[in-house]
Structures are given as C-alpha cells and as structure tokens.
Design a protein around this ligand. Sequence first.
Ligand code: PEP
Ligand code: MN
Length: 692
Amino acid sequence: MDPLSKPRADIDRLDRELVRLLAERLDAVREIGSAKGRDPSAPLRDEERERNLFATWARTAEEQGISSYFAGRVLREVLNWSRRDQERFLEPAAKNGPRAVRVGYQGVPASYSDLAAQKHFATRDVARLERIGFRGFAAAVDALEAGEVDYALLPIENTIAGSIDEVYDLLGSRRMTIVGEEVWAVEHCLLGLPGARAEELRVVRSHPVALLQCTRFLEGLVGVRSESFHDTAGAAEAVARDGDRHVAAIASEEAAREYGLEVLRRDVANQATNITRFLLLAREREAFDPRRPARTSLAFAVNHRHGALLECLNIFEAHALNLTKLESRPRPEAAWEYQFYVDFEGHADEPRAAEALEALRPHVNHMQLLGSYPRRAEEALELAGRGRVPTNAGADLAPSSDHDVVVAPLKVPACPAVKVNPSLKLTTRREGQPNTIVDVSGVAVGGSRFVLALGPCAVENRAQVLAAAEMVKRCGASLMRGGAFKPRTSPYAFQGLGFEGLEYLREAGRAFELPIVTEVLHPEDVEKMAEKADMLQIGARNMQNFALLKEVGRARRPVLLKRGMSATIEELLLASEYVLAGGNQRVILCERGIRTFETATRNTFDVSAIPVLKSRTHLPVLADPSHAAGRRDLVIPLSLAAAAAGADGLIVECHPNPAEALCDKEQALDAEDVAELVARLRPVVAAVGRTL
Ligand code: PEP
Ligand code: MN
C-alpha cells in the first residue's frame, strides 16, 4: 500500500472540515454584518477586537507548535474576506430584492478582468451576475453608455506595468462615473494541454504585458518563441482549441480550469507582487454607507504657467487630503498641455473635500469629478502584510480610523464676509478674490491687457475670411471672431457655412496666428467644434439654452457667454454658473446690448452692466458694441465707453468690404474704421490703467 495514501486521505478530510468551518464562521460574520447594517451608528471595524484576535491566534498557534506568522497570514485573509462579505449589508436595499447585474469587461471568460468582476460581485447583494466580455476597453464603455450593461469594470493600473493610458483617456472623455474599485493579485501560470511537459514546448502565447512580466522564466525555456495575444485568457483558449502540446499559454490558474488546460508551472512572473487595480464604472453616481472608507477621483487641466500645478497640489495639502495617485495625460486638442488625474482619500461630499474642490476651481481651466467610491485597493497591501491591519505587536502604531486622518493643521482659505447666494456660488466674487484670467490659446483675457477680438459677423467664403484675418492682424487685435453657424431671425437669411466655414476660419486663424472664437448653436456640435475653435461663443439667443450650457460646461475650451437680449444680469450670472458647474472654469461674459423701448439703436448698450458684473463676479467681461449699436457710426463711441467702464476687452465686427457683407453689414467696420478705433481706444485704455 502507498505510504502516502493515508496522510493524503487525512488532509482531504481535514480540508473539507476547514472549508466547512470557514462557512460556519462566515455565517456568524453575516449575523454581525446584518446588525451593523441595521445600526448606522455602529462602527464598521472594531480594531481592539481585531488586535485581540491576532493575539489569540498567535498564542494558540504557539501552543500547537506551529508558526504564529503563518497563523497571522491566514487570519488576515479570513478577516479581510469577512469585512468584504459584510459590505453586502451596507448597500441600500433594492426595492424588489437583489437585482440582476450585467457587467462588461475587456477580454474573454477567465481573463483577469473577468476574475476581478467575479470577485467584486461575490460579496455584493446581486441576484444574478451576467459577465459580458468585449474586444476592447472602448467597446465596454460604448455598451455602458448605450445601456447594454449596468457596469463596466476596467483595469486602471498595475503595480508593475503602471497606468493604463487608454482607460485614463476614456475616463476623461466619456460620460460615466466611477462607483467602485477592485484589486486582483495576478499570478501568472504556464498552462499547457493535459499531459504536456514544459521541456517540449516550442511556443508560449500571452498578452505582451504578461510576456514582459515573465521574461526571466521564458529565457530559461530554450528554443521557445513568444507569441503576442490580445489577452491572457484568449491565449489559453487558443492553446486548448489548437490542441498542439508544443504550445502553452501564460494566464491565470482559473483560465486553466475554464479551458481544460493543466498548470505546468505556477508563479512564473519576475516579481512576486503583481496587483492590478480596476475601476467599476456606471452611468449614474451610487450612494454608499458613509462608514466605508472612500476614495475620490478627479480630472483637471491647468494653464501652462509657472507654478500652476503646484498651486493645485497645495490646496489638497491645505485641506489635509491624502493624495493616493497623480497621473498626467496629454490633451489631444492642445499640444504640450496636460490633463491631470488625482485620486485622494475621502468622499467629495465630506466638508473638507468639498471645500478643497471649491478652492481648486479658480486655479484650473477645467475640472471633472470622476466619482467617489468605496476604497478597496489597500486590501491588497493588507494581504501582503504591509497594510493598516492592527497587529498584536504594534498596538500603539495602529492607525486611527479612516475618518479622522487629519495629519496637518487646516489652513482653509478665509470665508467670505458676505453671504454668497448658493445658486451663484461658483460665479460670485468672494471677498478678496482676484480676477480670473482666462487663457484663450495663449491670449490672457481678464488681466492688465485690454483684449480685442475682431472679425466678420459671418464666415462667407475662404477669400473673405483670409482678407478679414489680415485686417485683424494688422490692427494689432489678439483674437479673431467669425460665425460659421449663424442664428438668424429670418429663415431666409444667410445661415452660415457651418463646418466648412469653421475650416476656413481655422485656416485664417492659423495663418495669422490669431486664436479664433465662433458661435456654437447645437449641443451635439460642441465636441466637434471644440476640436477646431479656440473659444466657443454662446450667442444672446442661446444664453438660456441649458442643454447647450451643460454641453459647453464639459468642453475643454473657453466659453464666451453673451447676455441674452432680455436677460437680467442675475440671469446672465446664473447661465455662467451652469458652465462652471459643468466643470469648465474658463468663462468670459459679454454685454451686447439689451431690448428696451428705444428704437434709435438696434439694442440699448447697458454700460452699467460692466461695472456691476466686474464687482459681482471674478470672471472677465467683454463688451460687444457692434450688436448693441447696430450702426457703424456708434461702434467707436460705445467702445470707448466700455473701456472706460472697466471692460476687459471688446468683440467688434469688421469686414474687408462691409457693403457686400452677407450679415450685419450696417454695423461692420472697414479697415479705416478699425484703425481709428484702435487709435482712439489707446488713451482711454491707458487712463484706466491697462495696455492695449
Ligand atoms: C454674434 O456675435 O455673431 C451674434 C450673433 O451676437 P449676439 O448673439 O449677441 O446677437
Ligand atoms: Mn453679427
């Protein structure tokens, strides 16, 4: 008889008993979890008790003559899973009982993403989990946006390979929110057909990153060629399908089970610790129990200016927020400019974080809250024995609970003396708050330089807009205007050249080094126009087009927001609040005349709006004398009045040949008028302490 058969039978029996005991232990854990769920004031972790457990296990282990280190490791796993298992009791109970969930991931069954999805939902209150594999990350996000899945689980970083750029770029450009995270400890195995031997292999297939992570092992396999596959489990699937015993895959042990392969070697990676962090993405925010430790992810862009990033980081420091990650990605629409991604500990709704986010706004061009969600990444460190688990050895080194990690004295910026209307909280100038300077592709608006934006009412053809650009450049203006899409009162009037006009305008702007500003009429055009225009104009007729305001709030371009012809100053400010609240901090306001009983002018230029706006908001204010007057002869006097009243600049219509203008010809300046405008502005601008 085989001398090993009896001890092996003992082990099998004991293992069954161990698993049964774990299940029984988990039942007790769930009873506690359910009690914690019912009592929102109960703490989630009893650290004193955890310390005692470690001490008891260590003592018992020593009594039994086994290593207390070994017992501690096992307990760590057990406690960690117990805590996760209790989370199901903390979820808000679904109305009709546990729900069926569809989660999208990149890859095929048993890929690391699929395994992480299974792990994530194993301890959540779901009735049925449907896992749907997609070819790429973007396809999973498409399905999420289209409502074909409820969640997408995508990898965001790996402890060896680093950040996954494509997923960062999707986060910055798509409409979704992060509602959770998951970690998976990757253990690469060599998988072959049943009965295959490592010595006879000729080809090893896997994802290129996995192959790179196993170079030392692969170099030891003489004469073996590596073959790249789109994913590790896909490689395993192909090995099983091809049925060639000279071909193996590097993938997870679970992939071996899924595709009927055998693990030929375990742990073939160069580094022992190889953890991937995943983000769970959804269409809407999800509330979660405030007792759970949270993480918040944020994206923002800053001006290309000395110290801009440091100012932002200082705000996190001043609010004692612990940053866990900082990542930068290039912005495709602006060379050498970056979008930053920050993760910090805490929930965006906690006062400390909310204050920090408000304080951040004036320092960024754009800001997008990507989500606040329960933190799980530290779990991987706990399992590696480097986490914040209380141990019997270091009782006084044990960390404080998650919600009072105040490590630095709070240096919160001074509160405003006057009470700010909460509906205008982002637009209002707080006491002592400096002017916001808006960067329009290198032109600063709102600073000491008085800015001129000149150009035709409408882009009519390529030659016209090139001639106009030359005129604009010659007079020293720094921005060029021109309507490609025209909102016309009459449906029979010239409606603009649309995207073709935008191409001409951009060509002219490039040729004469003038950033261009042009009006956007439709929410669905915003993204496409933002690729070409340096600034997006919201016209008077659209000042309260809230769908359009929300859309430009998401855009990565500054916005010129014109006052509606019957809008109060308050309404203009509320409209700007929409854009700021959408994340876009680069808003410039524009007074362009309002409707009154007076008919001598096209509109009535409300010069008092300029100083009123300048005191009520920190945003720059331009004036448009052309649409206010509707008459060429009034454009210069109104321009002088605007400059004297404190405007930050002007937007004025001009045309190489006004008599032939297709739109607003009565108010267009010709080259001579423009020269006169500039000459007469100079002393007025100097008188108010600015330069032209
Ligand atoms: C314009 O600037 O081209 C325009 C149409 O102006 P408003 O929206 O102020 O009428
Ligand atoms: Mn016009």
